[in-house]
Design a protein around this ligand. Structure first.
Ligand code: 13P
Length: 252
């Protein structure tokens, strides 16, 4: 298997203020030399991307964004922020297709794919989120749902993308799938990527997200095919997020 550098990404969602950006330096300090082996990423709200990138300069913490416009070109689109602007502000990744946006903003696979294309056009990396609802899992539709999301949300030119498997029923609570269930879905995603991207798929990282914290991160990282994590609540404070990063076997 190709060596993929683990990526542990924090999604701050709509939390935080300018004063919380101090967590970035605190995180870099706590992670220390492990930052060379495990890639640490913080995705603050877009209002703070530039200041966060400034805080992270020279440190082993990358900065990303949580969403962007599906339109790559500048234009008359009040309120929209383009991937090129986020890249200019210092973002190296943009999360697209998070389940909160799919559910609350009605984002479709088509729109998510266009956003991922805009991110790639800006020369940075999309983190494309996929995941089934509890009802879909109970109905035995996981493979069908996830397969369709990976096929339709990841662009044809998306061999540089990162995929995040975030079961919707595990976000923001205290439940996670079993380690076997996580492994099954990661294997399924990997097989769709192989089918679509051939050898290039070997370099693509697949993250697990949904109630990852300092207590369960270590065991989740042992699952074959898990290349890191996408973390919500537990990424807001350097103490918790660094504990997750340091729980990765590659960190020691
Ligand atoms: P929690 O880690 O808070 O469950 O959130 C997961 C998530 O949605 C990350 O994008």
């Amino acid at each position: 298997m190709a060596a993929r550098k683990p990526l542990i990404a924090g999604n701050w969602k709509m939390f935080g203020r300018a004063t919380d950006l101090g967590e970035i330096a605190a995180l870099a300090e706590r992670v220390g030399a492990a930052g060379d082996k495990v890639e640490a990423l913080i995705c603050p709200p877009s209002a703070y991307v530039q200041s966060a990138a400034w805080q992270a300069r020279g440190k082993a913490v990358a900065i990303g964004a949580q969403d962007c416009s599906a339109v790559a070109e500048d234009g008359a689109r009040t309120g929209e922020v383009s991937a090129a602007m986020l890249a200019d502000a210092g973002a190296r990744y943009v999360i697209v297709g998070h389940s909160e946006r799919r559910t609350l903003q009605g984002e479709t696979d088509d729109l998510v794919r266009q956003k991922a294309e805009a991110v790639l056009a800006a020369g940075i990396t999309p983190i494309v989120c996929v995941g089934e609802t509890r009802a879909e899992r109970d109905a035995g539709r996981v493979a069908k749902v996830i397969g369709a999301q990976v096929r339709n949300s990841v662009p044809t030119a998306g061999a540089g993308a990162v995929i995040a498997y975030e079961p919707v029923w595990c976000i923001g609570g205290d439940r996670t799938p079993t380690l076997a269930e996580i492994g099954e879905v990661h294997a399924l995603i990997r097989s769709v990527l192989n089918e679509r991207f051939g050898a290039e798929a070997n370099g693509m990282r697949i993250l697990y997200g949904g109630s990852v914290g300092p207590k369960n991160a270590g065991e989740i990282f042992t699952v074959d095919g898990v290349d890191g994590a996408l973390v919500g609540r537990a990424s807001l404070k350097a103490a918790d997020f660094s504990a997750i990063i340091l729980a990765h076997p590659a960190a020691s």
